[in-house]
Ligand binder design. Structure first.
Ligand code: SF4
Ligand code: SF4
Length: 130
């Protein structure tokens, strides 16, 4: 299988992992008022770590990776995430009132297993640093 087809399969499986994570996250009933505060990293003092496959996926869909502009993620438009469907796992499990750590770890393991299946090198790093 050539590498582009291989990545398309990996992306499809990654999106299935995101969908499964989303179902558990929805069941946890974490509240979000969509103020956009999660995406302002200067203000919230947090960091967003992503897996190599998530980075490749974002770059494939968006043409480039995430960047910070005045501390705010480039995925944000007004207070909303305009790449909501493909946002990384870390964005899905982090709320200002709660961190869904168990769900994060469960699905992070699945992403890592997927990377191993597709022989993608381990690189778990800050989304805004290349
Ligand atoms: S979870 Fe993030 S976007 Fe939602 S209300 Fe809290 S800070 Fe705002
Ligand atoms: S990808 Fe979307 S949800 Fe995640 S930090 Fe960027 S704008 Fe926020």
């Amino acid at each position: 299988m050539d590498q582009s087809k291989c990545f398309l399969s990996a992306f499809e499986e990654l999106r299935q992992i995101y969908a499964a994570a989303d179902r558990e996250i929805a069941a946890a009933s974490a509240q979000c008022q969509q103020c956009g505060g999660c995406c302002n990293f200067d203000r919230n003092g947090m960091r967003l770590y992503i897996y190599a496959l998530e980075r490749i996926h974002l770059e494939f869909i968006c043409g480039k990776g995430l960047e910070l502009c005045h501390g705010v993620c480039s995925g944000q438009n007004q207070t909303l995430c305009h790449i909501h469907a493909i946002r990384p796992l870390g964005c899905r499990t982090q709320f200002c009132t709660i961190t869904l750590q168990e769900i994060y770890e469960k699905y992070a393991q699945k992403i890592r297993a997927l990377e191993q299946k597709y022989k993608i090198d381990y690189d778990y790093s800050n989304a805004f640093e290349t």
